[in-house]
Design a protein. Structure first.
Length: 439
């Protein structure tokens, strides 16, 4: 036996913690076991006595196993699984004018013909899939509420008849998410909602104003509180995302107090912290001085406020399958409002990247032709030689952006970009939140 090369060893306040980056599990172990694993020494002692437990936990493995090949095999199973994942962009229009948005706003929206083509595709191919997952996107998708609800209800019916599980999610600004709309979305199997709230009222309204110029914070919070206080046992998750800028960083702390007061008692509401980046477009260029230069600044802010940030979401414990971007997957793609098909919806407007992103167009009869030259670019797994000895490879690969790798012609290294320090912090935070297994 040998210690898994994917073990990450962290000492936290006198506790000995091992995070396995391959199976995404966090373990608390005895000090002697910790040292034996770290030094790959198993000739005697507690490791031998606990060999079966440690092997089942993935912390030790047979000496003959090639863990690089095992990782590639697990990734291949995720890439080539039979789960359909489509991001549907219903409109290029939006009722907000966010300062950092990468999208160009137009009044273009999906037609009945494109809607019918998508439904026909799912009808024709449903028997070939184990599950269907749709992400509703825009622009602001709730500007096309009637179409969204009609499509989701129809897809749910198709999947029910074929006995194939169906769920969906939506990325919305939350302004139009009233009680009736929310109820209908959940009834049609929309289970996950991501809504951005950038700090308290004044800051949020500056960064994310309505197209009319008026504020949007009060309406969004009103909608969320109505949803929270609904008499319903429906299962859903609302992720409130904070996009954080360097210039206003201290102003976000007030929102954490607000969240604790109004939402932290409901486990269906979680927080997501992201730094504002140059995601493309022209508007964010005016915020160049507001962007973090590296992850360490953002990390320091999170550490300073970790006692305030309640129910902060982490994908640390998610499986490789769940962490992988849909664009990595054979059966993952985006359909734009006009029926154009792309691997990555975030780069639909990136003309320089179009040759490596555009797959074709859905036909009126629901046919989608394979585009092997483009698809093969996204399904290619290129590792650096140094990756073959790195314990962070599964995290690096599964949480990285495939589009950025393709554009930069290489995989981004967490250690070279200080993102490994973010990972250590996340492990520490999850341990302090008692999200670990004791061996």
């Amino acid at each position: 036996m040998k210690a898994s090369m994917y073990n990450m060893y962290v000492e936290i306040d006198g506790n000995y913690v091992v995070f396995n980056t391959l199976n995404s599990k966090l373990y608390l172990v005895e000090g002697e076991i910790f040292r034996c694993l770290k030094n790959n020494y198993f000739e005697k002692g507690p490791v031998l006595e606990s060999e079966e437990i440690l092997a089942n936990a993935g912390l030790i493995i047979d000496s003959e196993v090639d863990e690089i090949n095992m990782f590639k095999h697990i990734v291949d199973k995720s890439i080539y699984d039979n789960n359909l994942r489509i991001t549907i962009v219903l409109t290029a229009n939006c009722n907000f004018r966010c300062q950092y948005c990468y999208q160009n706003k137009t009044n273009k929206r999906m037609s009945d013909e494109v809607e019918n083509s998508i439904i026909k595709y799912i009808q024709k191919n449903i028997r070939g899939y184990k599950s269907v997952y749709i992400e509703w996107f825009g622009g602001e998708p709730l500007l096309e509420k009637k179409r969204l609800l009609r499509m989701s209800s129809t897809i749910k019916e198709i999947c029910n008849q074929a006995r194939v599980p169906y769920i969906s999610s939506i990325t919305t600004n939350g302004y139009l998410l009233d009680k009736e709309t929310f109820t209908k979305l959940v009834e049609s199997n929309c289970m996950y909602f991501q809504i951005t709230v950038d700090g308290m009222g004044t800051l949020h309204d500056t960064l994310r104003p309505h197209v009319s110029g008026k504020g949007t914070f009060d309406k969004i919070i009103e909608n969320l509180l109505v949803i929270k206080n609904m008499e319903s046992n429906e299962r859903f998750t609302i992720a409130i995302r904070n996009n954080i800028s360097k210039r206003h960083i201290k102003e976000y702390a007030a929102f954490y107090d607000f969240f604790e007061t109004h939402f932290a008692d409901d486990r269906r509401f979680i927080l997501i912290q992201k730094d504002i980046q140059n995601w493309g477009g022209d508007s964010v260029k005016e915020m160049a001085n507001d962007l973090f230069e590296d992850d360490l600044e953002m990390l320091q802010f999170l550490k300073e406020n970790e006692g305030k940030i309640k129910q902060n979401y982490s994908d640390l414990h998610e499986s490789i399958t769940n962490k992988l971007c849909y664009a990595f997957k054979k059966n993952g793609f985006a359909i734009d409002w006009d029926g154009s098909i792309y691997k990555c919806n975030k780069n639909i407007e990136n003309e320089r990247f179009k040759k490596k992103n555009y797959l074709g167009k859905i036909a009126s009869n629901g046919t989608i032709k394979d585009n092997d030259p483009v698809s093969s670019i996204w399904l290619n797994k290129k590792f650096h030689d140094k990756c073959n000895t790195c314990e962070l490879l599964p995290i690096c690969f599964t949480t990285g952006c495939p589009a950025s790798w393709i554009m930069n012609q290489e995989m981004t290294c967490m250690k070279e970009n200080n993102k490994d320090k973010n990972l250590v912090y996340t492990v520490e935070r999850e341990f302090k939140e008692n999200r670990y297994i004791k061996i």
